[in-house]
Design a protein around this ligand. Structure first.
Ligand code: HMG
Ligand code: MG
Length: 306
């Protein structure tokens, strides 16, 4: 098997996870959650979202959260930004990295951001212009890369074009989002064939939701293909409020356990990561969606660390 020696894990729980919680999570809890994640050795943690609070009330406190977390100097803390207003708010908060997003499905985009793909790109051009002039790094997402809750199958060639156009706006990396967790390893590889027509593999991250239990298998297929950046959400938090049936993201602890057990370095302390997942789910009165996250410490053996 051809596998990388090191993988960068992008933790999206505080944003992609908490955006989907039916009950609001108190701001101090979110702050402690991000701080605990910062202590695990993660190098990138998406903190929150400067989208419209009318659309995602769960993250209406993005400014408070972002301005109160303790930022470590070697950790990147992106925030999601959909438009110029979001960019203004991110700048006011002092964000150094933003994440912009567009979908490979017209219908999903209408439901999620009230815009066609082309109109969203017009907004994002303005966002990227401001970010570039302010020296803010930009990460990009394409949603619905392996299927759409409204349109069904999505042509990988369309994903390639959206990824290309995001990259041309100045994104340092494009994360391919299987928003509804519908992909399989074969389809994930075909997707990478299409996307790498336009951007390099080292600019690709993968972002799988685990709705159909395929996320880890998909990650493995992508690692074998040469991908080295993987998004995940601790405790398997997540979903998308505008994609009915989308369940949680791939759980970060499951991902890290697999990577370490395959002698792939992440720099992450798995016990601290599991503790962060248990902390946030306990405040919600439930257990982590990850089976590993639910196991008592003594039963997590063999304990791989890299
Ligand atoms: P809209 O209603 O069409 O916006 O929403 P608008 O431009 O017509 O403005 C309406 C009002 O909202 C105005 O206020 C604006 O100022 C305000 P008013 O003048 O009426 O008082 N407004 C804002 N306020 C604060 N922050 C802002 C903002 N923008 C406008 N940024 C909009 C369009 C894009 C804003 C909205 O649809 C939106 O925020 N959508 C985001 C939904 C979302 O966050 N979905 C989940 C994230 S994407 C995802 O999960 C996929 C991903 O994880 C990858 C994967 O899994 O595949 C990334
Ligand atoms: Mg997502």
């Amino acid at each position: 098997m051809n596998l990388p020696g090191r993988v960068t894990v992008v933790e999206v729980g505080p944003r992609d996870g908490l955006q989907n919680e039916p009950e609001p999570v108190a701001t101090p809890i979110k702050i402690e959650f991000v701080n605990r994640l910062s202590d695990t050795g993660l190098s990138c943690i998406e903190v929150s979202s400067f989208v419209s609070p009318a659309w995602i009330p769960q993250l209406a406190d993005a400014t408070d959260v972002y301005t109160h977390i303790e930022q470590k100097k070697d950790v990147v803390y992106p925030v999601l930004v959909p438009n110029e207003r979001g960019m203004e708010r991110a700048l006011e908060a002092g964000a150094k990295t933003i994440a912009i997003f567009n979908a490979a499905s017209e219908t999903f985009n209408q439901k999620n951001i009230n815009a066609s793909i082309a109109k969203a790109f017009q907004r994002l051009e303005k966002v990227a212009a401001v970010a570039t002039s302010e020296n803010i790094a930009i990460r990009g997402y394409v949603s619905c890369v392996l299927g759409c809750p409204y349109e069904g199958a999505i042509d990988p060639a369309t994903v390639g074009i959206v990824a290309r156009d995001l990259f041309q706006l100045g994104c340092y990396e494009i994360s391919l989002g299987d928003t509804i967790g519908i992909g399989t390893p074969l389809r994930a590889r075909r997707l990478l064939d299409a996307v790498t027509q336009h951007i390099g593999l080292d600019q690709v991250a993968v972002h799988f939701h685990d709705t159909r239990g395929q996320a880890l298998a998909n990650v493995l297929a992508c690692l074998e293909y040469g991908v080295t950046t993987v998004d995940a959400s601790v405790a398997g938090l997540g979903g998308c409020p505008y994609a009915e049936g989308a369940s949680g993201n791939l759980a970060t602890e499951d991902l890290v356990y697999m990577l370490h057990g395959m002698e792939i370095e992440t720099g992450i302390d798995l016990d601290l990561l599991i503790a962060a997942g248990r902390f946030i789910t306990k405040t919600m009165g439930r257990e982590p969606a990850s089976r590993l996250g639910r196991l008592p410490k003594g039963r997590r053996q063999p304990r791989y660390t890299t």
